[in-house]
Each structure stands twice: as structure tokens, then as C-alpha cells.
Design a protein around this ligand. Structure first.
Ligand code: AHG
Ligand code: MN
Ligand code: MN
Length: 358
């Protein structure tokens, strides 16, 4: 299809809204504001080392070094979304506490949660990074009272998300979005400054022979994960009877995008490396949105023990074991977690209800 005839993101959203004649258009307006912030972030990312100067000593609530672009991206999302009246509050990887919409602006019926720059350890080496976001409803009581949002207002399982998406800043900038009716991918036309619909119905293939895991953590893995990876590595000589390929970008958004495009399975499982944390990736702004996108594209997203979308959060920056991608592969890994015969003798401290596990 010629580029000029491809629908824009705005057209796509208007067509989606026609399913609900009573809809106010606020969700569409919110998503468009998020997309504008993503375009601005894309411009900054494209400047590379011209703007990414080191800031000494800056860390976020999770003790991670904040790069200038982490902070800039966070600001862009805040400023582009705080004024519109569609939101009651926001929460971000880069902010310790929830951000209530300042009192000079109207407050609205949605909450926006985001990781403004995912994979930011890749910025210095010019590898793809992204922004990932989740849109939740503001609890009724908050809408009625108009009070400031608190952490508790964000403790909603991923199944309640209204929309989720990510922008990937790669050779091309893309926005991938679900509003609950499949997954659509848009490519930024830099000349027009518009996202154009290029991938109308993204589907994750059911099967794959490609997996992604940081194997430097293998000595900390739990038995089901170790079994799965060992079987992949054994290839055509092993129980799977086929060879597997492996990829690790260290940018979850980029891995999710690859999996949407050509299948695969991604694992950042909980492990025994650091007993104080239950996995590496964050539930509210990494696992939940990727979970909605994967499930809407016919894939699966799990902790290994339960669907990510069913997990009720207990803290804003909660971490969680995350496994997603091609459905049959994720289900296989879930089966390995259920299969007691194949588990090594568990250390009682580390089992599901152990001292260090919730
Ligand atoms: P962030 O840059 O937002 O902190 O997230 C990085 C995450 C994720 O994108 C990636 O999959 C993972 O960290 C990489 O972890 P390792 O450094 O352990 O490979
Ligand atoms: Mn991240
Ligand atoms: Mn980040």
C-alpha cells in the first residue's frame, strides 16, 4: 500500500472508537499525547552521545544509575500528559512515588504508568531502546473525591488495563499498541511526523525455535527454567528434537518487538540471585503492558506459575519473574513449573510459600 494511503494512528484510534458510540474520546486523546511524548523521546534518542552526557551520582528508587535520557524521557511523558484532564495520576520507573496531577490542571478517569526508557544500559552502545506504558482506570472513589492518587490506587492487576503499548527507538521508530482488540503496529514517518499503520494485526507465532535469556544467571535459576534451557541447548540430539537459536538484547521492549515479528520466548525468571527481589523486571510498567500486548497478539505471558495479567500488585516498583512469547513454548515452561517429578529437591527456603517468597 502506498505510504500516503496508510491510516495514521489518529485514524486508527477513531475507527476503534466507533465500536463504542458512547465513548468520549478521552482515551484516544490520551494515547495521542503519549505518542507525541514518544516522538519527542525518539528525537532525543536519535541524538545519541550529543545529548547523553553522564550525570554523576544520580540513581532512581531502585538504586539503578539514571542516565540523562532516563530523566529527560520521564519529564517528556509527564509534561505531555499532565495538563489534559484525562489523568488523575502517573507512576514511573524513574519516580519513587506516584505523581498526582497538579492542582492547576483538571483530573481525569485514567492512570498512566510507564518505563520512560527501557533498556537504557544500551544507550551508550547505540542499540535499540524503548518506552513502555500501561493505561488503567482511576478508581471511582478517587474520581468522585478528586483527592491525590496514592500507591494503593495503582494496585490493579494487568487484566484491568484499558490499553498498553510501547515505542521502540530502533533504525525506525515504531509504536505498538493494544486497546483490547488485537495489536497494531505503527511506523513513524519522520517527514510527516506521523505514526502510520504498517502492522495492522500483529500475531505471535504459536511455536518457535528461538529463546532469549541472560544465561550469566544460570547458576541461580530454578530447576524448571534450567530444564527448559538445557533441553533447548541439547537441540536435535535432545528431547525437543530440534535446534534452537538464542538472542539477548538486554532491552525488553526490543525483545518483545522481535517476538511479535517472528516468534520466540523471553525469560527473565525469578531466581535465587538476590533473595530480596522476586525477578528483575517490574510488574506494573514492564510485565503488565507486555502481558496485555502478548495475550492480545495470541501469545502468552506468565510468571511460570500464573498468568502475569492475574497478578495483583502489592507495590509500585514490585519486581516479578517474567516469561512471554510463543504460546506453546510458554505453556511448556509453565508445565515444567507444575511437574514436581522433574524438580530437583527444593530448598525449603525457596519454594512457593517459602520464607523469602510471597
Ligand atoms: P531498564 O533499562 O528500564 O532498567 O530495564 C532494563 C531491563 C530490560 O529491558 C532487560 O530485559 C533487562 O533489564 C536486562 O537485564 P540484564 O542487564 O540482567 O541482562
Ligand atoms: Mn525497563
Ligand atoms: Mn527504564
Amino acid at each position: 500500500m502506498p505510504l500516503s494511503r496508510r491510516p495514521t494512528l489518529t485514524q486508527y484510534l477513531i475507527e476503534q472508537r466507533r465500536r463504542f458510540p458512547q465513548a468520549s474520546g478521552e482515551l484516544n486523546a490520551l494515547i495521542l499525547d503519549v505518542s507525541i511524548a514518544c516522538k519527542a523521546i525518539a528525537q532525543q534518542v536519535a541524538l545519541g552521545s550529543l545529548v547523553n552526557l553522564p550525570v554523576a551520582g544520580a540513581t532512581n528508587v531502585q538504586g539503578e544509575v539514571q542516565k540523562p535520557l532516563d530523566v529527560v524521557s520521564n519529564e517528556m511523558l509527564l509534561r505531555q500528559n499532565e495538563w489534559s484532564g484525562h489523568l488523575a495520576g502517573m507512576a514511573s520507573e524513574e519516580m519513587d512515588e506516584p505523581y498526582p496531577i497538579p492542582s492547576q490542571y483538571p483530573r481525569g478517569k485514567y492512570l498512566l504508568v510507564f518505563d520512560p526508557l527501557d533498556g537504557s544500559s544500551n544507550i551508550d552502545v547505540n542499540v535499540s531502546v524503548g518506552s513502555i506504558f500501561s493505561i488503567l482506570r482511576t478508581p471511582d472513589e478517587v474520581v468522585k473525591s478528586g483527592r491525590d492518587v496514592t500507591e494503593a490506587d495503582f494496585m490493579q492487576p494487568g487484566s484491568t488495563q484499558v490499553a498498553a503499548g510501547y515505542a521502540i527507538y530502533g533504525p525506525a521508530t515504531m509504536l505498538v499498541l493494544t486497546v483490547g482488540y488485537g495489536v497494531a503496529g505503527f511506523t513513524l514517518d519522520p517527514a510527516l511526523g506521523e505514526f502510520k499503520l504498517t502492522h495492522p494485526d500483529m500475531q505471535v507465532s504459536q511455536d518457535t525455535n528461538e529463546f532469549a535469556i541472560n544465561s550469566s544467571n544460570s547458576r541461580f535459576w530454578e530447576p524448571p527454567v534450567k530444564r527448559y534451557v538445557d533441553e533447548c541447548l541439547a537441540g536435535s540430539n535432545g528431547p525437543r528434537g530440534k535446534d534452537f537459536n538464542m538472542r539477548w538484547i538486554a532491552s525488553m521492549v526490543a525483545e518483545a518487538h522481535r517476538i511479535l515479528m517472528r516468534g520466540g520466548v523471553f525469560l527473565y525468571p525469578r531466581d535465587n540471585k538476590d533473595l530480596a527481589r522476586n525477578g528483575r523486571l517490574r510488574l506494573l510498567y514492564e510485565a503488565s503492558p507486555v502481558g496485555m500486548i502478548m495475550e492480545q497478539a495470541g501469545g502468552r505471558c506468565s510468571t511460570g506459575r500464573q498468568a502475569i495479567l492475574g497478578v495483583v500488585p502489592t507495590a509500585l516498583h514490585q519486581r516479578i519473574g517474567l516469561i512471554f512469547g510463543s504460546k506453546n513454548e510458554v505453556e511448556r515452561i509453565e508445565n515444567y513449573h507444575r511437574d514436581p517429578a522433574k524438580r530437583d529437591a527444593p530448598n525449603p527456603l525457596f519454594v512457593e510459600r517459602g520464607l523469602f517468597r510471597d
